[in-house]
Design a binder for this molecule. Structure first.
Ligand code: SF4
Length: 697
C-alpha cells in the first residue's frame, strides 16, 4: 500500500502526517515536517477516525417538503440539488438583485477553494456578498499588521526561530492546548534559559511553564501594552536607531503613552507594577525577544488597536526584522493564513489585493477573462452579512462552506434566527453540523485526505494537501461543486474543478500582489518542504523571514500608530457583574463539528466546562461539577462548573466548541477589522435548575 505524505486537517500548525490505506480505513502516523518534527496532538492522531465515520454525509439532502424547514431532510441526486439551488439563485437575483445571493466561506478551505469561491461569487453570481469565518479569527491582527507593516503574514519568521529567542511574550495565546506540538520550540528555548511571559486571565497550561504570568482583566491588554511602552521610554530602553531609520510616527505614540504610568495601568488591568517592569526589562535587555499575540488579545471590539499596541512596543524596542526576534500573531484555523489572502473576504481580490483598487481590478479581470466593470464593489463583513440575512437589502440565498456559524458566530441565537429567515440556505459539509441542520439543501463534500490542494500554514509556508484515498462515490469536492454550479449559471468556461489548474491560475492572479505566489509550484513545495510567500518567480527562494531590510510600504518604513485604551463594548455592572471570556480546549477544534464526533476526544472531555474561581463559586453556592447557568443580555447557557484558582475571581471562562458559549457573546464589532467581541461580555452566574446537559435559549 502506498503511503501519502500530507497534513493534519485541523489547526494552522498543519502538522505533517503519513496516511497508508488499509482495509478498512487508513493508518495515520506522524511525519517529520519542519513544524511538528514528528509530533501530533490528540486531534491530529485521531483525525482519520472521521474518514469513515457513521455520521458522514454521503449524498445530497433536500427537504421533503421544499421550503418547509420543519419537514425532514431526504436524500436527493446532485442534479435535483443543483436544480433547486440554481432556480432559487435566479429567482432571488431577478426579484431582489444580484447581492441577494451570497456565500460564507471558511479558513479551513484550501487556497484553491478559497480562491475559486471568491471568484464564483464575483464572476458567476456577480454579487458582492461574500465573507468568511476568518473574520472571527485573524482579522484584527491582520488589519493591524497591514496598516503598520504593509503586509499580513501571521509569523514573519519560521516557527523554529521561537526556540532561539531569549525572551518570548505570549499575549492571549495558549499553544500548549491549541497546538501542543508547537510547544517543543518554547520548551527548547526554556531549556536553554529563555524567559517566557504569558498574558492571560487564566493560568493555562502555557502559563504554567512560564517565567511570569500576567493576569489582566479581559479587555485591558491595550492599556497593558501602552503601560509597558511607557516604562520602556522612561528607562531608556527604546532602540533609537531603529526607530529613526526604519519607522515613522513614533512621536505621537510616545506622547500617548504619557498617560499610561505604571500605577494607573496596574489599576486598569490588575497586573502588579513590578510584573510590568520585569516584563519590559526582559524584552529590552534579554534579546533576541519576540512578542506573539493570538485571539485573546485580538477578539475584542478594540482588537485591531490592541494588536497595534503590541506591535508598537515591538517596533519601539527594535525587535522587528532582526534574527530570532519580532512581532507575530499565531494563526488559528488550518488555512487561516491562505484563506485570508485569495479573495473570500468581502473587500479582497486574490494576492491580498483590494477590491476597490482600480489597478487590482484590472489585473484580476484580465486573469479571469472578464471586464473589470463586471466585478462588484466590496461587500459587508461576516457578522454584518449574517445580521442582515433575509432582510430587505440583505442576502436571501446563502451558501455556507466549511463553517458552522450557528455555533461559532457571536450571539448565536440571533444568528440561528437569521439563518431560518433565508429563502434558501445551502450548506456544504462532511457532517450534518448545527448550521447544516437548518439548511434547505445539504451538499456532502470531500474530506482533507480525499482531495488535493495547497494550504498556507501559520508561518506563511505554502504546503501540499495530498489525496490518500478517493472520496465516497456520491461525494464531490468543493471545487467540483463550484465549477458545476458556475456551468449551470452560464459561466462555466471561467472555472475548473482541477486543483492544480486552479492553483496555477491563482499563481498568475497573485503575481505582483502582497501575497505573491507566482513562483510557487507543486514540485517546489514537494522538493523544499513548502515554500514561504512572497515568492514572485520560480527562481526566487521564497521568503522565510520578512523585514530584514525594509517594510513593504511606500517609504519602506514601518508605521507606529497611536492607540488609546477604550473600555470593552460591554462592562460588568450591577445586573451582569462578571466577565465571560471564551476560548479553546485541547481536545476540541473550532465549533466541534468534527472533533465532537471523535470518541477518544469526547471520552477525554465529554462536555464543556465553565471555569470558575473557587471564591466566586463559594459566593454562589457552586461546587465543582455542578451545573451552572450563565446569562448575558443576549442569552443563557448551562454548563458544568470546573473550579480553578487559576482564573481571575471576576472572570468566567467557557469553551466555544459546543453550542452554548456563543449564545452569550457580544456581536459588537471592531471598527477597523469588524471582529466581534468574543473575549468580553458581562454575565451573571447561578446554580442551574435545568436537567442534565448543556442548553441555550
Ligand atoms: Fe498539529 Fe494542530 Fe493537527 Fe494538533 S490539531 S496535530 S497541533 S495541526
Amino acid at each position: 500500500m502506498t503511503a501519502t505524505q500530507t497534513h493534519c486537517p485541523y489547526c494552522a500548525l498543519q502538522c505533517g502526517m503519513t496516511l497508508t490505506p488499509r482495509i478498512p480505513g487508513v493508518r495515520l502516523e506522524p511525519a517529520e515536517f519542519p513544524t511538528n518534527r514528528g509530533g501530533l496532538c490528540a486531534k491530529g492522531f485521531t483525525a482519520a477516525d472521521l474518514l469513515d465515520h457513521a455520521d458522514r454525509l454521503l449524498t445530497p439532502l433536500v427537504r421533503k417538503e421544499p421550503g418547509n424547514r420543519d419537514s425532514p431532510l431526504r436524500e436527493a441526486s446532485w442534479e435535483e440539488a443543483y436544480g433547486l439551488i440554481a432556480a432559487k439563485i435566479r429567482e432571488s437575483q431577478d426579484r431582489f438583485g444580484r447581492d441577494s445571493v451570497g456565500a460564507f466561506g471558511g479558513g479551513g478551505l484550501t487556497n484553491e477553494k478559497a480562491y475559486a469561491l471568491g471568484k464564483f461569487v464575483r464572476v458567476a453570481l456577480r454579487s458582492s456578498a461574500i465573507d468568511y469565518n476568518g473574520r472571527f479569527c485573524m482579522s484584527s491582527a491582520a488589519t493591524a499588521a497591514n496598516r503598520s507593516l504593509g503586509i499580513d503574514r501571521g509569523l514573519p519568521f519560521p516557527l523554529a526561530d521561537v526556540a532561539e529567542a531569549r525572551t518570548v511574550l505570549l499575549v492571549g495565546a495558549n499553544p500548549a492546548d491549541a497546538m501542543p506540538p508547537s510547544m517543543q520550540y518554547l520548551d527548547a528555548g526554556r531549556a536553554a534559559g529563555a524567559k517566557h511571559i504569558v498574558v492571560d486571565p487564566r493560568r493555562t497550561n502555557t502559563a504554567n511553564g512560564a517565567h511570569l504570568h500576567l493576569q489582566p482583566l479581559p479587555g485591558t491588554d491595550l492599556a497593558l501594552a501602552n503601560g509597558m511602552l511607557h516604562i520602556a521610554i522612561r528607562e531608556g530602553w527604546i532602540d533609537e536607531d531603529f526607530v529613526k531609520d526604519r519607522t515613522e510616527g513614533f512621536a505621537a505614540v510616545k506622547a500617548a503613552t504619557n498617560a499610561y504610568w505604571p500605577e494607573r495601568v496596574e489599576r486598569m488591568t490588575g497586573v502588579p507594577e513590578r510584573r510590568l517592569r520585569e516584563t519590559v526589562r526582559l524584552l529590552a535587555t534579554e534579546q533576541p525577544s519576540m512578542i506573539l499575540t493570538a485571539r485573546g488579545a485580538e477578539q475584542h471590539s478594540n482588537g485591531t488597536d490592541t494588536a497595534q499596541a503590541w506591535l508598537n512596543l515591538a517596533l519601539a524596542l527594535g525587535l522587528v526584522g532582526k534574527p530570532y526576534s519580532g512581532y507575530g500573531t499565531i494563526t488559528g484555523q488550518g488555512n487561516g493564513q491562505g484563506g485570508r489572502e485569495h479573495g473570500q473576504k468581502a473587500d479582497q481580490l486574490p494576492g491580498y489585493r483590494r477590491l476597490d483598487d482600480p489597478a487590482a481590478r484590472e489585473h484580476i479581470a484580465r486573469v479571469w477573462g472578464i471586464d473589470p466593470d463586471e466585478l462588484p464593489q466590496p461587500g459587508v463583513s461576516a457578522y454584518e452579512m449574517i445580521d442582515r440575512l433575509g432582510t430587505d437589502g440583505g442576502v436571501r440565498v446563502l451558501w455556507v462552506l466549511a463553517s458552522n456559524i450557528a455555533v461559532s458566530a457571536p450571539h448565536s441565537t440571533h444568528v440561528i434566527d437569521r439563518l431560518k429567515s433565508l429563502d434558501l440556505l445551502v450548506v456544504s459539509d462532511i457532517f450534518l453540523s448545527e448550521t447544516a441542520e437548518l439548511a434547505d439543501v445539504v451538499l456532502p463534500t470531500a474530506q482533507w485526505a480525499e482531495e488535493e490542494g495547497t494550504m498556507t500554514n501559520l508561518e506563511g509556508r505554502v504546503i501540499r494537501r495530498r489525496m490518500a484515498l478517493p472520496p465516497p462515490p456520491l461525494v464531490r469536492t468543493d471545487l467540483r461543486v463550484i465549477a458545476d454550479l458556475a456551468e449551470i449559471l452560464g459561466r462555466g468556461e471561467h472555472f475548473s474543478a482541477d486543483p492544480r489548474t486552479v492553483f496555477d491560475e491563482l499563481r498568475r492572479a497573485s503575481r505582483g500582489g502582497i501575497a505573491d505566489y507566482h513562483g510557487i509550484t507543486w514540485e517546489r513545495i514537494d522538493d523544499e518542504q513548502g515554500v514561504f510567500w512572497p515568492c514572485p518567480s520560480e527562481d526566487h527562494p521564497g521568503t522565510p523571514r520578512l523585514f530584514a531590510e525594509s517594510f513593504p510600504r511606500p517609504d519602506g518604513r514601518a508605521r507606529f500608530i497611536r492607540v488609546e485604551h477604550r473600555d470593552a463594548a460591554e462592562l460588568p455592572d450591577g445586573t451582569f457583574p462578571y466577565v465571560l471570556t471564551t476560548g479553546r480546549n485541547m481536545q476540541q477544534y473550532q465549533s466541534g463539528n468534527q472533533t465532537r464526533r471523535v470518541k477518544a476526544l469526547t471520552v477525554a472531555l465529554p462536555e464543556p466546562r465553565a471555569e470558575i474561581h473557587p471564591d466566586l463559586a463559594r459566593r454562589h453556592g457552586i461546587a465543582d461539577g455542578d451545573l451552572v447557568e450563565l446569562r448575558s443580555r443576549r442569552g443563557v447557557a448551562t454548563l458544568r462548573a470546573r473550579l480553578s484558582d487559576g482564573i481571575r475571581p471576576d472572570t468566567v471562562f467557557a469553551p466555544f466548541h459546543w453550542p452554548g458559549a456563543n449564545a452569550l457573546t457580544n456581536p459588537a464589532l471592531d471598527p477597523h477589522s469588524k471582529m466581534p467581541a468574543f473575549k468580553v461580555c458581562a454575565v451573571t452566574i447561578a446554580l442551574a435548575d435545568t436537567p442534565e446537559g448543556t442548553t441555550t435559549r
